[in-house]
Design a protein around this ligand. Structure first.
Ligand code: PAD
Ligand code: ZN
Length: 381
């Protein structure tokens, strides 16, 4: 079907040449897919905080030059030898969490991790090259690194067969791209990791794209009260629209926010979900859960070396602390189902899209996120 099959494609991409600098729009060369690889024409991509981490000087495992982007959706351009699950023209979502289907993790229902990333120091420090140890991107004669195995900030990208989900042919790609990361992460943190039950009281810290999706997950699971906590009050109106019952700004209280929440819930919430990536907030999120069975789920990725101190007493008093990667979803099997759930109206992805901009405005999309003016900006090619 495609006339580009087997040939190098020249197309536009945004390259991070070095840490801490704006992305630069370049023409790149994208090689054809090798064995068990697929070349995808990206139609739309979201911009997630994790991409900002990927180019931050504080992220010590970053490799440059790199093409970032991990929240995209597109159409298969061509397939490499041995690929059987895809054909040209299929609508797809690239997956930064692979599912090889054969490793001990993929075979266990206990985790959504896959051996392909199990040895990485951090979930975003691996997959800078294809499985054979080479890159499919060059620019100005230089090798360019992949990012999280997806690199959706390129009009064409190459991904491994175990890092791609085929989705419904009618899915709107400029919305379902968010199922590639932010939405699924927050929503799954509530449903799969916190395992919110009907009647639960919940607290979601950080109301960006991920936190708002956690609010939606709590609501779908039947939570009776959902606290949304953020230092940016502009986030509150949408959080309430999506299910938050109480929105709190920590600096408006004399007491620490965990005390405020505990008092409002006669001792603490059933579960809290940390989606700000701020270490100080992780302790508040744990402490605001109830003695006996409170569960705190860490979603926010904090880069840098510092950890956070957990009091054993808080855990001895019956609290549990957990974390989640990609919301606990086994990626290849769950992403197509989440797309169908969205198309059936089960949740409101559209509300997360603050702006839809042409791909060329990618640096503006990062500014909007850093200035707290967007939950998600979707870039279209
Ligand atoms: P975002 O920047 O859009 O949202 C973060 C929100 O947190 C904003 O609304 C901030 O105002 C708010 N915030 C910041 N500091 C505080 C504070 N001290 N107290 C309360 N609220 C605060 O980011 P996002 O929604 O794209 O991502 C959120 C985090 O989740 C980020 O750390 C990202 O790297 C991480 C992430 N993790 C996974 C995973 O699989 N675990 C996946 C995707 C994103
Ligand atoms: Zn992300």
């Amino acid at each position: 079907m495609s006339s580009t099959r087997g040939k190098v494609i020249k197309c536009k991409a945004a390259i991070a040449w070095e840490a801490g600098k704006p992305l630069s729009l370049e023409e790149v060369e994208v090689s054809p897919p090798k064995e068990h690889e697929i070349r995808v024409k990206i139609i739309a991509t979201g911009v997630c905080r994790t991409d900002a981490h990927g180019m931050s000087p504080r992220f010590k495992e970053g490799l440059f030059p790199v093409i970032l982007g991990h929240e995209g959706a597109g159409i298969v351009e061509s397939i490499g030898p041995g690929v059987t699950r895809f054909k040209s023209g299929d609508k797809v979502i690239p997956l930064y969490l692979p599912q090889c289907g054969q490793c001990k993790f993929c075979l266990s229902p206990k985790t959504n991790l896959c051996e392909r990333i199990s040895k990485a120091k951090t979930p975003i420090s691996d997959q800078h090259l294809m499985l054979d140890g080479t890159s499919r991107f060059t620019c100005k004669g230089q090798k360019i690194y992949h990012f999280m195995g997806t690199s959706t900030f390129s009009e064409y990208t190459v991904v491994a067969e175990s890092s791609l989900a085929k989705i419904d042919a009618a899915a709107p790609l400029d919305k379902v791209c968010l199922i590639g990361c932010g939405f699924s992460t927050g929503y799954g943190a509530a449903i799969n990791t916190a395992k919110v039950e009907p009647g639960f009281t919940c607290a979601v810290f950080g109301l960006g794209g991920v936190g708002l999706s956690a609010v939606m997950g709590c609501k779908v699971a039947g939570a009776s009260r959902i606290f949304g906590i953020d230092i940016n009050k502009n986030k509150f109106a949408l959080a309430k629209e999506l299910g938050a019952t109480d929105c709190l700004h920590p600096q408006e209280f004399k007491k620490p926010i965990q005390k405020v929440i505990a008092e409002m819930t006669s001792g603490g919430v059933d579960c809290s979900i940390e989606c700000s990536g701020n270490i100080a907030i992780m302790n508040a999120a744990l402490s605001c859960t109830t003695v006996g069975w409170g569960t705190c789920v860490i979603v926010g990725v904090a880069i840098g070396e510092e950890g956070f101190i957990v009091s054993p007493m808080e855990l001895i008093m019956g609290r549990t602390i957990k974390a989640t990667f990609f919301g606990g979803w086994k990626a290849i099997e769950s992403v197509p189902k989440l797309v169908l759930d969205y198309m059936a109206g089960k949740f409101n992805l559209d509300a997360l899209v603050s702006y839809t901009l042409p791909f060329e405005k990618i640096n503006e999309a990062f500014d909007l996120m850093r200035e707290g003016k967007s939950n998600r900006t979707v870039l279209v090619y």
